[in-house]
Design a protein around this ligand. Sequence first.
Ligand SMILES: *Cc1c(COP(=O)(O)O)cnc(C)c1O
Length: 457
Amino acid sequence: MLGFADVLLAGLARDGGLYVPAQWPRLAPDEIADFAGRPYADVALSIFKRFIGDDIAEADLKRMVDEAYATFRHPAVTPLTQLASDQFLLELFHGPTLAFKDVAMQVLSRLMDHVLAERGQRATIAGATSGDTGGAAIEAFRGRERVDVFILFPDGRVSDVQRRQMTTPTEDNVHSIAIRGTFDDAQALVKGLFNHHSFRDRVGLAGVNSINWARIMAQVVYYFVAGVALGAPWRQVAFTVPTGNFGDIFAGYVASRMGLPVARLVIATNVNDILHRTLQTGRYEPRGVIATSSPSMDIQVSSNFERLLFEAYLRDGAGVRRLMAAIAQSGSTALDPDAVKQIGTLFASGRTDEAETMATIADTLNETGILVDPHTATGLFQAKRHTPQGVPMVTLATAHPAKFPDAVTAAAGFRPALPAWLAHIMTAEERYAVIPADQIVLERLIEERTHSVRVGL
Ligand SMILES: *Cc1c(COP(=O)(O)O)cnc(C)c1O
């Protein structure tokens, strides 16, 4: 068993598995009720303390959490908007890169820098992105003294705004790399780096993908914040989550294990619907990735789903390892029917296609005057279909509409403007490498550029 700080720096376990806490901390109803009306950073501190324990001094933790959420451009950090009597939107896009990834990344970068400084170490961060993680990671880590950050994105498969957020920072600890391939290729390369132990040790590799436990921990907070605003713990709430790598919705599962009364968690996918099919059929069967207007969900290998399987298999680590090996070997596998049934008691799922996504953007605008991005739209389309009787449904608004202007223009008929404070990236000079999906080429590039080998670990 490892402490929080070790898990924070490691990302992925040495055997390729994912970290989860040894047990879920449980909050009493009174403790949850006490979150109502408190500042976001306060609630975050209370929840983080339950996972971090003594690994980070409380005064340091408080300072980092306050700083992280001060970067958000809304005083509520994650405001809740009402769309209909039982439908709500949780706006997670008020951070510096306009997607929910900032909520976790702003805190993660500060925690990592702090732990590295305490240990007198440096780290090389490597991450794969389907678009939003990369920008959020680069924004959070740019110019920080103890890390180099290498972000891999699929060439030509991210939006202009997403790419420019990654390629315009000028700090020399930022390294953006376009991979000729899909997000899954990029993610497989990063996993390969972590599994190459001598390389991993030489450059002090650390992970910030959604497999990093600290990111999930950070995302648990807004489920509580939204829940108590709608009457929890004395009343149930439901959530619909636009899902790709299953990190965000897994945080909702954690919130429910911690005592938030969650009636239902709806997995909304686009046409890359592996999770929806898995829940329907009990077979886990990846297919080819199809490019959509919600590129951050164009994923067929949903890493964090393994964490839910671990719970649904009643924490049978050996059983889950066999399952993952079977998937790696034959490409697909049948899940234990009891585990699928167990998942179905809390989770529902639905697949939203491109026409439904576009129609939902237009309908939401007509009915409420609110403009949503395509990822959020995949969620809203499912939310209406899966709202339990008498339970408020919260759809997570995962990105700002201006981050995906082409799709939003096509659906809404006008072009959403980037906030003025971000507009400069559209004309700034870009800087990035383009390489094949080849681990040897990637490792050579990282060793050449990282500052972490030279200083010595
Ligand atoms: C990352 C992302 C998602 C998917 O989140 P997961 O945690 O990978 O399931 C959905 N929408 C947007 C805008 C994202 O950036």
